[in-house]
Design a protein around this ligand. Structure first.
Ligand SMILES: O=C(O)[C@H](O)[C@@H](O)[C@H](O)[C@H](O)COP(=O)(O)O
Length: 223
């Protein structure tokens, strides 16, 4: 794991957005398209704000979330709503967006069609992951109902998941799809998350799902 410590949150957001954009641009120099997988939650908005204004060929970039809460796109807990406000605008408005919330009654009914929609965009070019204080990432929560299946090497690309720490049913990309990304970045801010990360490094991925991605990730942190 590579750990990058920034003087403040603003520097982190500017620098990380630049690193993500450079990796996408570099991939686009040699390939017709690229994919960007991003987290929801509260932390990444400043990174998204900068990234949305970067001058890359967004028309050739497909964006999707690593996980979505099973709520309508205009619900305040919708990660898609967050992306529409902070990332899928300005220059990035031209990106192709795959919405993980299909409107099906249950996320369980959406995994098949979404796996087909994502397939042409795998492996992921750049994956940005968040982390909760309980060491979950995407919706891979410790103690979640299908965690073992979602962490297995032969897991399907997406799974429906329910967990105590999650307020609503979720859909999540699984370990093999996320860990297969060419570039993996983890974004965390604040002392609590830094402590959680240190703890995760000593635990098994079933107790600390973020652990499964740390060996090949760059972790970006600011106080
Ligand atoms: O939908 C979600 O909740 C996420 O995608 C999730 O994995 C998130 O990245 C972490 O929970 C951190 O969330 P915060 O940035 O809000 O702390």
């Amino acid at each position: 794991m590579e750990f990058r410590d920034y003087p403040d949150r603003e520097m982190l957001a500017l620098s990380l957005a630049d690193q993500l954009a450079s990796q996408l641009a570099q991939h686009l120099r040699a390939h017709p398209s690229a994919s960007l997988c991003v987290p929801g939650g509260t932390t990444p908005s400043p990174v998204f704000e900068t990234l949305s204004g970067t001058d890359i060929d967004w028309d050739r970039v497909t964006v999707f979330l690593g996980d979505e809460r099973w709520v309508d796109g205009d619900h305040k807990r919708s990660n898609t709503r967050l992306l529409r406000r902070h990332l899928l605008k300005d220059r990035a408005a031209g990106a192709n967006y795959i919405d993980l919330y299909t409107g099906a009654d249950r996320p369980d009914d959406a995994t098949g069609p979404l796996a087909e929609a994502l397939a042409p965009h795998l492996p992921i070019t750049v994956a940005l992951l968040g982390m909760g204080n309980d060491m979950h990432t995407a919706s891979l929560f410790p103690g979640a109902d299908h965690l073992a299946a979602a962490m297995a090497p032969d897991a399907p690309p997406l799974m429906a998941i329910r967990a105590e720490g999650a307020e609503e049913p979720r859909i999540t990309l699984t370990r093999p799809i996320l860990s297969g990304a060419f570039n993996i970045h983890v974004l965390i801010m604040g002392p609590e998350k830094r402590e959680a990360l240190d703890r995760a490094a000593r635990l098994d991925p079933m107790e600390a799902p973020i652990r499964a991605f740390l060996d090949s990730a760059i972790v970006h942190w600011a106080e």
